[in-house]
Every structure is written in C-alpha cells, then in structure tokens.
Design a protein around this ligand. Structure first.
Ligand code: ATP
Length: 495
C-alpha cells in the first residue's frame, strides 16, 4: 500500500513539474529542493535501518526440539527439567510464596548441546524461544548494549503474547562476553552498563507478570562470569553440560543416524568407543561425513569403513594430496610405528589405527580407542602416556639414528603430562603448592620425569626393534594399519 502511494505521489509531482516547464516557469529551484529532500529522506531511511538492526535476538518459532532429541546428557536433562517444573507449576509456586526461577546457566565445552537444551526447555514449558549471543551486545558506544538488553526482554514479552504463550525463554549464548567480571574489560564503562542492565532486567522478572521470562545462559568459561550474575535470584541454577561418555556418544550417534541407511556391519557401540572425547557436534559431523563418503562412492548404504574414514576426517581434517619425499615418508612411518608399538605394548588394545596418509592437521597419526571413560589417572598411567608420546622421536633415533622437528608437539604433550604429575603431588617433590614452586625447580622436576621415561622407552623399543621394523615396512606398504593388523604384527604373525 505504502509503495503504491509513493508511486502515485512521484507521478503527480513529475506531472506538475512537467506542466510548469511547459508554461515557462523556472523549474531549477524546484528540482534542487526535490533533490535535497530526497537526500534527507535517504539519510533518515539509513538511520531507520540502523535502529532496526540495533535490536538483537531471534525468535525461533520453528525449532521443535524436545529432550528426546538430545543424546546423553541425562544428568543435565534431569536437573534442567526439575528447574523447569517451577515454571510449569507457577500457580503452586505462587501459592507457596516461592520466588520465580529467573535464570539457569548451562556450562560446558563447545558443541555439547547447550543450545539444544535451551530449545528443548522452551518446548517443555510451552514457551516462546528467543535467542541471542553475548557478542551481539558488544558495542563501542556507551548505552547501546544496555538498550539492546532492554529490547531483547521487550521483544521476548511481545512475541510470547503474539504466539499466545504464557512464558518466554531468552537464551543468551556466550554469556561470558556480556556477563564477564565488571571493571576488567577494555571499554569497561559500556560493558558494565550492559551487564548492569541485564541484572536490572532479571531483577524485574516477577511471578505476577502475564508473561513469565526465563533466562538461560550458556558459557564454556563460567569462571569469567561476574559474581553478581551468579548470586541467588539471578542465575541460581548451574547445569553442567559435559562431553558425552561412551553410552551418551552411542545415543547421540543413534539420533543422528536414524534418518540414514546403515549397512549391516555398522556397530554404533564400537563407533562410540572409537570416538572418545568427541562432542555431540563432532558426532553429528561424523554421521554426516560418513553419509557424504557413501554418496561419493555411489553406495546406497553407509558402511563401517565410511564411518572409520569419517572419524579420521573429523579428527584430523581432510586427506591431502601433499606427498612427502620417500625419505620423509620413511621417517613418518618409523615415527608413527614407534607411537603405535609402545602404545599397544603399554596399553593393550588401545590403538584403533595407524596412518601415514597426510591430512590437513598431521603428516601421520595414531588413533586411539578407549574401553571405558576415565576420570582419574594413576602415576603409572600418566608415565605410560608420556612414553607413548616420546616413542615417535625415540623410534626415529633407534632406526634412523637422528630425530626431526616432527616431534615438537609430542614433547609439549609429554611435558604437560609431567606437569600434571608434579601438581598432583606424585613427583619426587611430593605435595607442592604450584604458585610457590620456583620455575627452575619445576623445570628440573619435569626434566627428571621425562628423562626417566625416555630411558625406559628407548630400552623397550630397542628390545622390540624387529617388530618396529616390521610395522614400519607394512605401514609404508599399506599407508594404514588397523588395530587388529597391528596386534597380529606384534604377535609375530604375518598381517
Ligand atoms: P557452543 O558452545 O559452541 O555454542 P552448544 O553446546 O550450544 O555449542 P549446540 O549448538 O547445542 O552446542 O550443538 C551443535 C550441534 O551438535 C547440534 O545442532 C546437534 O546437531 C549436535 N549435538 C550437540 N550435542 C548433542 C546432543 N547431546 N545430542 C544430539 N545432538 C547434539
């Protein structure tokens, strides 16, 4: 309609100016006036667009995610549901004089399903869902962030009303960007005002409102949050969203493969075993990549080989055509064989595969499998892991007589593990206070652990030199060895 009026007015204006020109009136001042007005209108229009964009948050009407669509995270789901029941039974809560639950903080590693949990929470409580990210509030100009927080709460209330819902869930991802400790930020005046506004808005939530608001924040740095935000009455529920364990990984894989044709040989439990440390997002990616690999091969079903390659792709990146020289390839094979042999000797059945095919993140690699998730580590376990890390460089030494730069990240990993031993009070220094330990003492203790383990690893590899050579040759020939092929080689039979 507005468009049509505009066209009619422009048409009439052009007609009048044309007529004035015909009857001999000087139309130049009029044209100048029109040009000037058009420029003013254009600038004002730009401003309008800016104001529109200044609002943050996105109403997700279409997201129907329920708790059944989220794999693993049983503890997080239970805790969240308990908290959400407060919103569902708001009348009972009001009768008992319980203050409403205003905020829930989901804290955990990236890709573990925090956004999914917030969406499922909105679904569970039949609320409108509104999402924004902490970084959307960050602005140089004082007051803009605070204005955006106000807008977000207003928009959530309005859209819940429009959707005929009695409550709204406001999800703020990366809340540490907006809710970090006050006074610590570079542009702290603006930052502090934004956080203060969030606190004010949360304090303003009451049980008498027509639309009940619940703020769900997500962060993977809960240590950075301002203590005022964590005070009871604001985010007084903190739900930990951890990386999934083996059972959780199997559940997530089942969810993400339910719409995919799987071959008979696909065993979800064994894929879950091979994906230790993967987040939900990485598991989703494994399922997707496996389907893409099947499509590339024109296969109608996804096989276990597709899954194996997909795990490697998600973990190590895309396979590259980059070809190292034959000397380099030999060195890489020796290095990886060293890791694999020591790994399998110290931790039987721990190697899933050894590879010398270059991927974007490595020239070669050993992929480990884990029977059970571990929560505590003994001194023997940590020393064993150091030995596996050092074994690559030591194998190069034993077979080729020299080391290369390829081992620097292994050494970093080994020193991190040694540091872990020292800080856990398991080194010769005994129980120590990490802050008071002088740097040179720490360095000495790390070197002592590393050189002890280096010596024992060197002995182990020298004792098993024939097997090491056999694995290297087989690896150069095949590029990839499975855990079973490796075990057969170690046991002395031909693979
Ligand atoms: P970030 O901290 O990086 O924002 P997040 O914890 O919010 O990550 P989500 O955005 O919820 O993670 O998850 C990303 C994707 O990963 C989801 O869309 C889903 O496909 C998959 N995913 C993650 N966790 C799970 C899970 N527990 N069950 C099923 N799928 C999951």
């Amino acid at each position: 309609m507005i468009m049509k009026y505009k066209e009619v007015i422009i048409g009439i204006g052009a007609g009048i100016i044309g007529y004035m020109a015909i009857i001999g009136i000087d139309i130049l001042p009029f044209i100048f006036l029109i040009g000037f007005s058009a420029a003013l209108y254009f600038i004002a229009g730009g401003q309008l667009i800016k104001v529109k964009n200044a609002s943050v948050g996105e109403n997700k009407k279409e997201s129907f995610i329920s708790f059944d669509d989220i794999g693993g995270q049983e503890v997080a789901k239970k805790e969240l549901c308990e908290a959400l029941d407060f919103i569902k039974c708001s009348d009972k809560i009001k009768a008992l004089g319980i203050r409403p639950l205003k905020g829930i903080l989901l804290s955990g590693s990236p890709g573990t399903g925090k956004t999914l949990l917030a969406k499922a929470a909105a679904q569970y409580t039949n609320s409108a869902f509104f999402s924004a990210s902490g970084s959307e509030f960050v602005e140089m100009y004082v007051g803009v962030g605070a204005k955006r927080v106000r807008q977000l709460f207003d928009q959530a209330r309005q859209s819940a009303k429009k959707l005929n819902k009695r409550s709204a869930v406001i999800f703020i991802d990366e809340i540490e960007v907006l809710g970090g400790k006050r006074g610590k930020n570079h542009s702290h005046q603006e930052h502090d005002q934004t956080l203060n506004e969030l606190l004010v808005q949360m304090d303003g939530i009451s049980s008498d409102e027509d639309i009940k608001i619940l703020v769900i924040g997500a962060t993977n740095r809960s240590d950075m949050l301002d203590s005022a935000l964590m005070r009871p009455g604001r985010f007084d529920r903190v739900v930990k969203v951890d990386l999934p364990d083996k059972k959780g990984r199997a559940h997530i894989l089942k969810l993400h493969t339910r719409n995919k044709p799987l071959a008979q040989d696909v065993d979800i439990v064994s894929i879950a075993k091979d994906t230790f440390g993967f987040s939900g997002a990485q598991l989703e990616s494994v399922a997707n990549e496996a389907a893409i690999l099947a499509m590339r091969e024109d296969s109608k079903v996804i096989t276990s080989v597709h899954f194996k390659n997909a795990i490697e792709k998600v973990m190590m990146g895309e396979k590259l055509d980059r070809l190292p020289s034959s000397d380099e390839k030999k060195r890489i094979a020796v290095h990886e064989s060293g890791h694999a042999l020591v790994g399998e000797l110290i931790f039987p059945n721990s190697v899933a595969s050894v590879n010398v095919a270059s991927r974007s993140n490595a020239l070669g690699y050993v992929r480990n499998t884990q029977e059970d998730d571990m929560f505590l580590y003994t001194l023997d376990y940590l020393k064993g892991r150091i030995s596996v890390s050092l074994a690559g460089a030591i194998a190069e030494d034993v077979i080729l007589g020299s080391r290369s730069t390829g081992a620097s990240s292994d050494f970093q990993h080994a020193s991190d593990l040694a540091r872990h031993i020292i800080f856990a009070g398991m080194s010769e220094l005994g129980i120590i206070s990490p802050e008071d330990l002088p740097k040179d003492k720490l360095h000495e203790a790390i070197s002592s652990i590393l050189s002890d383990v280096e010596e024992s690893t060197m002995e182990l590899l020298k004792k098993n030199m024939d097997i090491l050579k056999r694995i290297t040759d087989e690896l150069l020939d095949k590029e990839t060895l499975t855990g079973d092929e490796l075990k057969t080689l170690i046991n002395g039979k031909a693979a």
